[in-house]
Structures are given as C-alpha cells and as structure tokens.
Design a protein around this ligand. Structure first.
Ligand code: HEC
Ligand code: HEC
Length: 272
C-alpha cells in the first residue's frame, strides 16, 4: 500500500512540475499577425527604429521563431549566427557569393541553400538543401527594407557591430515594385503552393522532397475530404495532425483569395 501512495504522490509532483515548467519556460508560439502594409518613412528612421522593425518582423510576419526556437530544434538558434558567419564564409561547403557578415546573413534569407548548417538539411540531401523558405517570396514575402532590418536585428542579437545601413533610394523603389507584384492572385495550384511556401514544410508531390516539418501531403486526397482540407488551411489549429507540432501559420485565411483557396483544396483532394 505504501508503494501505491508513493507512486501517486510522485505522479502528482511530476504533473505539477510539468504544468509549472510548461507555463514558465516553453515559449508560446505566437502566430504571425496578418500582414499590414506599413508606411515606412525611411527618411526619418533612426537605427533604433530600424532595429525595432527588424525585431517585429523576426517575431511576427517573418515567422522566423516558428522554426528558430529552442523547443522545436528544427533550425539552429540565431543568437550567434552573426558571430559564426565569418567561419561559414571560409567553409568549403559554402556555395554563396557573400563576402561580409551582413551579406552572408542577407543571403541566408533569400538563398538558404547557399550554406546549410550541419544536420539541418532536408533529409536525404546530405545537407545540401535547406528546408528554410526564401523569405523574400511566398506568403512571408519580406521586401528589401524588411530583409535588411532583420539582418541588422540578427547582428544586434549576437552583440556584434551593426554594419547594416538603413536602406534609402533604390531599395525603397524595389519595395514599391514588390508591393504591386504581390497583389496578383495565383492562377494554378502550383503557383498557389509556391506563393504561400507550403513545400517549405510539406512534401507536396510524389517526386517532391520531404522537408519533414509537416505531414506528407502527396497522397492527402486519399485520406481527407475537401471540407477537412479547407479547414486545415484556414484554421490549422482546429485539428492537429498526430505526431506533429502546431507550427503551421494560421494567417493564410487573411492572405489567400477565395479562388486561391479553392484551387489548393481541389488540387489536394485529387492527390491520391
Ligand atoms: C520553415 C522553417 C524556417 C523558417 C520559417 C525560417 N528559417 Fe531560418 N533556417 C531554417 C533551417 C532549418 C536552417 C538551417 C539550414 C540552413 O543553414 O539553411 C535555417 C538557417 C538560417 C540561417 C543561417 C544559419 C547559419 O548558421 O548559417 C539564418 C541566418 C536564418 N535561418 C534566419 C532566418 C530568419 C531571420 C527567418 C525569418 C525571417 C528564418 N530564418 C525563417 C528554418 C527556417
Ligand atoms: C511552417 C510549416 C508549415 C507551412 C508553411 C505549411 N504547413 Fe501545413 N502543416 C504543418 C504542420 C506542422 C502540420 C501538422 C500539425 C497541424 O495539423 O497543425 C500541418 C498540417 C497540414 C494539413 C493537415 C494534414 C492532415 O493530414 O491532417 C494540411 C492539409 C496542410 N497542412 C496544408 C498546407 C498548405 C496547403 C500549406 C500552404 C498554403 C501549408 N500547409 C503550409 C506545417 C506547415
């Protein structure tokens, strides 16, 4: 009998510790807020404003912390990346064009496979293909100014000198162009998948690679009906697929047109 009580008390202590631990130490994964077109007045922006912008994108719209966080272990932590960047540039496995730390960080955002951190590559590619999406494209779609703000913020995180300059002139013009091209709705299922970066997390076709972050969707139509698929996109946290963490962005409902959503649902329902 004594043992039974001990087991009960022990279990309660474990449960209590878990509750306290999870409430205090596991950082909540906050979904990115729907993207708002911000008016950036760069002429008046100070370095502090610029860093604050970088931090906001990093935690929000950039969805960086979805993967780069200490819980998921799906991606390296970025606190020291601006420090180790110098070594990355000398690594024989480095295939990019960057010469400086800030260029390396920028390139990591738009061409993640230029250097793939050891052990983090897409399964089966021997660390030559990064599972990270190009964050200047698709649903994240950071513009030139936002990309540099995130780079500056990563330098701040690492406590190194901030060598990024606040972009003016040309970069701002590129930002304006980008805004226009983003408004065009996608017209084919493939274009929708690309625009919203689904294959950064999901294997979408039989031949496609499996990034392993979300369930394999190459035969999803055999398992799920259209209603389920629609809900899985507009409200991903309604049901969490067994064996996976709830890390799918829940912002698609605000970003997709109804037509894009239906193209996707039709397409996935036909994948058998
Ligand atoms: C879907 C998951 C995912 C998202 C979202 C993501 N990353 Fe990554 N990132 C990774 C993985 C995995 C790696 C490691 C593989 C590699 O080196 O490319 C990586 C690598 C990096 C690197 C290079 C690290 C190194 O050690 O050289 C940087 C810098 C980086 N990410 C920054 C960001 C920033 C900033 C954001 C947000 C704008 C972001 N990432 C969003 C998954 C992600
Ligand atoms: C950052 C990674 C990520 C991105 C990007 C992402 N997903 Fe997911 N998705 C997940 C994860 C993780 C799950 C499983 C957990 C859950 O159900 O929320 C999931 C679940 C799903 C499911 C349910 C599968 C099942 O069998 O229950 C569907 C359907 C789906 N995603 C479609 C999409 C589509 C379409 C896109 C692009 C518009 C997309 N996902 C983008 C990570 C992602």
């Amino acid at each position: 009998m004594g043992n039974f009580i001990k087991v009960v008390v022990f279990s309660l202590v474990v449960i209590w510790l878990y509750v306290v631990f999870s409430a205090n130490y596991i950082p909540p994964i906050t979904p990115a807020p729907p993207p708002k077109e911000e008016v950036l007045d760069l002429s008046e922006m100070t370095m502090d404003d610029f860093l604050a912008l970088g931090e906001k994108i990093y935690d929000g719209k950039g969805t960086c912390t979805l993967c780069h966080n200490p819980v998921m272990k799906r991606a390296p932590l970025l606190e020291r990346t601006a420090v180790v960047a110098k070594e990355r540039l000398k690594d024989p496995r480095y295939r990019g064009k960057a010469k400086t730390v800030k260029e390396y960080l920028y390139e990591s955002l738009v061409d993640p496979s230029a250097y793939v951190a050891k052990g983090y590559g897409v399964t089966g590619t021997n660390d030559t293909v990064s599972p990270m999406p190009d964050v200047s494209k698709g649903a994240i779609g950071l513009n030139e100014v936002e990309l540099w703000a995130v780079v500056a913020y990563m330098q701040k995180l690492a406590g190194v000198d901030i060598t990024v300059e606040i972009p003016r002139g040309e970069a701002v013009a590129a930002t304006e162009e980008k805004k226009e091209e983003k408004e065009e709705p996608a017209r084919t299922p493939q274009a929708v998948l690309e625009k919203y970066g689904c294959s950064a997390c999901h294997k979408m076709t039989e031949e496609g690679m499996d990034p392993g972050l979300g369930p394999d969707l190459s035969k999803i139509g055999a398992k799920r009906d259209k209603e389920y698929l629609r809900r899985a996109i507009v409200d991903p946290n309604a049901e969490i697929t067994e064996g996976f963490s709830p890390m799918m962005p829940d912002t698609y409902k605000d970003q997709m047109t109804a037509g894009e959503l239906e193209l996707l649902v039709e397409y996935m329902a036909g994948q058998k």
